[in-house]
Every structure is written in C-alpha cells, then in structure tokens.
Design a protein around this ligand. Structure first.
Ligand code: SAM
Length: 281
C-alpha cells in the first residue's frame, strides 16, 4: 500500500474520520520521486539516529526506518497516531512521540542525530531557530520549507535577499538549496511551491564574538533594515546602546555607519559584534 498515492491517503483518512487541518500545516507528500530524493539526501547510515518533525501518516518515516538504526517520529496530532502506528508496525526501532516539536528536548538526542521534516509551515521560523540553537547536538537537518524561506536561507549574505535567519543559518551550517518542489506534490495542494534545504551543522560557528551579542547585533541590524546602521543599532531594543558607543564600535570595526545592516558580510557582523561586546564591558 503506497502512502504516496493520493487515493490511498484519502481512503485511510476517511476510514479514520480525519479531516486534515490547514492550521497544522497538514499537506502530505504524495510524490514518490520527492520522497526518494529526501531519503537519499539525508545520507543515512545503518548506525544513524534520525528525528522526523511532523511525521503525519508516516510516508517519510517508513523509508527512514528502512535505513536508520533508530527513528524518532514527532507528531502533534493525536488523531493521526493510530494510523502512524499502523504504518510503522513492522519497524520496532521507530518510536512515535505525540507532542509539539517546539517542546521537544533536542539535548536528549544522541550526538550527531540527523533531522528530517516536511515542516508544518505555520511554525517554520521557530523550528529553524530551535534546530540552529541545538547545532551542537545535531549532524544535519533536511527540511522542506516554502520556496521563499528556502531562498532566504540560502541567500548570499550582503545582498538584499538576506535576512536575520540567513545569517543565523549560515553562521552555524553549510546551507544547500537542493531543489524546488511543486505544490502538486502534496495532498491537499498548498497555495505555494516549496523547496528542499539541507543544513549541515559546523563543528564551530563562523564567528568569534560571544553568541548572545552576535545574535542581538544581527537582529538589531535587520529589524530596522531600511535604516543606516548607526540608527538601526542605537534605536534597537535588542541592544539598548547609546549612540556614542554604537558609533565607536562601528569605527573600531571599520564599518561605515551609513551602511545598511543587510549589506554586511558575516565577517563584518562578527567584527561589529566583537566591538559591541567590548563597548558593553
Ligand atoms: N511528514 C508528513 C509528510 O511528509 O507527508 C507530514 C508533513 S505535514 C507538512 C506536517 C506535519 O506536521 C503534519 O502531520 C502536522 O500534524 C504536524 N505538525 C504540525 N505542527 C506540529 C508541531 N508543533 N509538532 C509536531 N508536529 C506538528
């Protein structure tokens, strides 16, 4: 019984009296080629633990379980759990956790866990932030996100396409935009196209400034992204720094105070954060 066949999915859901909820981002993958592409891009070895975010009825989970030593499948919707259990019954090494992924403790995972998820789009940003914050515990994350988010994640820093999430993702991971995925590959069909993105976490971040200050500087720079840095940084609630200290930090970092935050490279953000850390001492 193929879970990538829309008629099969429709029948299984009808049998269990389940109407999918848009507000939980329930758009299931019904394209075998994309499922295969995801599974091969995770690059699973038989010793790997894999965590799946939003397992749905187990379309990806089954394939992950065929390859990994251990699968942890997190799904928030209690109505889907019996169907998920049924579809995974032959895989004793697949654990199903019915909970909100945002409450899941990623530190409880074995080191170098690989994460996979056709993400529920309403919480893409908090999920990505949570994964990036737990970078030390994870090997990589292969996620399906809206095309627009994929473009942001993989945008070139210093260009208009970049935003705070671009800096965060690229400071902690090698980010690869793997492929665009048409909205026709999902049931029910969502309004927009999607894309697959792979984040391979680095052993050490690409900056030296204290992490908390680096985060605050990046947020401040992008929060008022149309303003010059000297204004964006001194008016930001993320920093609470006096104008003189901001100007001094920019001068020491050799960054023109009239530039906009979105034009900064990662190395420039780092220099600036180091000087702001120094100014706050
Ligand atoms: N993995 C399945 C697939 O690829 O067909 C389903 C993907 S669907 C886009 C997203 C899934 O995430 C849904 O099953 C939804 O119920 C689940 N979900 C939504 N919010 C969640 C949350 N906070 N924690 C865990 N799962 C969630």
């Amino acid at each position: 019984m193929s879970l990538t066949n829309p008629s099969v999915v429709r029948e299984l859901l009808a049998r269990d009296h389940i109407r999918l909820k848009k507000r939980w981002g329930q758009n299931f993958l019904v394209d075998a080629h994309i499922v295969e592409k995801i599974i091969s891009s995770v690059r699973l070895g038989s010793e790997n633990t894999v965590l799946e975010i939003g397992a749905g009825i187990g379309t990806l989970t089954q394939k992950l379980a065929e390859r990994a030593a251990r699968v942890i499948a997190v799904e928030i919707d209690t109505r889907l759990i019996p169907l998920l259990r049924e579809n995974l019954k032959t895989y004793s090494h697949a654990e199903i956790l019915c909970q909100d992924f945002l409450e899941f403790d990623l530190k409880s995972l074995p080191p170098q866990t690989k994460v996979v998820g056709n993400l529920p789009y309403y919480i893409t940003a908090p999920i990505l932030e949570k994964l990036i914050a737990a970078h030390q515990h994870l090997h990589s994350a292969l996620v399906m996100v809206q095309l627009e988010v994929a473009e942001k994640l993989s945008a070139q820093l210093g260009t208009r396409a970049a935003s705070a999430i671009t800096v965060f993702a690229q400071s902690f991971a090698d980010v690869q935009h793997l492929m665009k995925v048409s909205k026709n590959c999902f049931f029910p069909k969502p309004d927009v196209d999607s894309a697959l993105v792979r984040l391979e976490f680095l052993r050490r971040p690409r900056f030296q400034a204290p992490e908390e200050i680096f985060f605050r500087v990046v947020r401040a720079a992008f929060n008022l992204r149309r303003k010059m840095l000297k204004q964006a940084l001194s008016q930001s609630p993320f920093l609470a720094l006096e104008r003189e200290l901001v100007l001094e930090a920019l001068a020491r970092a050799e960054i023109d105070p009239t530039r906009r935050g979105e034009t900064l490279s990662l190395e420039e953000f780092d220099r600036l954060a180091l000087q702001i850390a120094r100014a706050q001492q």
